[in-house]
Write a protein that binds this ligand. Structure first.
Ligand SMILES: [Mg+2]
Length: 127
């Protein structure tokens, strides 16, 4: 599985990278929504995008809108990971097409639980 981590904080990208690489996933990173869109335009096809809201150039909300406007990217799962915790913003993001919403600070377990709910851990090897 492939995750695209989109956050303007290098520290946050590194925390998220650690969580998904521990699951055996590969990762790519972008510092804002535009960089992430450029990767997708260039043919990068992640299974999952982990998306900060507040970023320079293009914020995560706009990124979600742009991805959802393109049928060719309909299979990409979008998860917001953000400090924005107002109910209205969560509703906006989900209405725009985000599948899940995680509020910072978060635990690795919270992220993994959401991945499970999204059916993205189905490739786990049975114990
Ligand atoms: Mg940010």
């Amino acid at each position: 599985m492939q995750a695209l981590i989109i956050d303007d904080s290098r520290a946050m990208r590194s925390i998220l990278r650690r969580i998904v690489t521990d699951l055996g996933w590969s990762t790519a990173e972008a510092g804002n929504g535009q960089e992430a869109l450029d990767l997708l335009e260039g043919g990068h096809t992640p299974d999952l995008c982990l998306i900060d809201w507040n970023m320079p150039v293009m914020d995560g909300y706009t990124f979600v809108q742009r991805v959802r406007a393109e049928p060719r990217w309909r299979d990409v799962t979008l998860m917001m990971v953000t400090t924005e915790s107002e109910h209205g913003q969560i509703v906006r993001a989900l209405a725009a097409g985000a599948h899940e919403y995680v509020i910072k600070p978060f635990t690795g377990e919270a992220i993994i639980e959401k991945l499970g709910l999204l059916g993205l851990l189905d490739q786990e090897v049975p114990a």
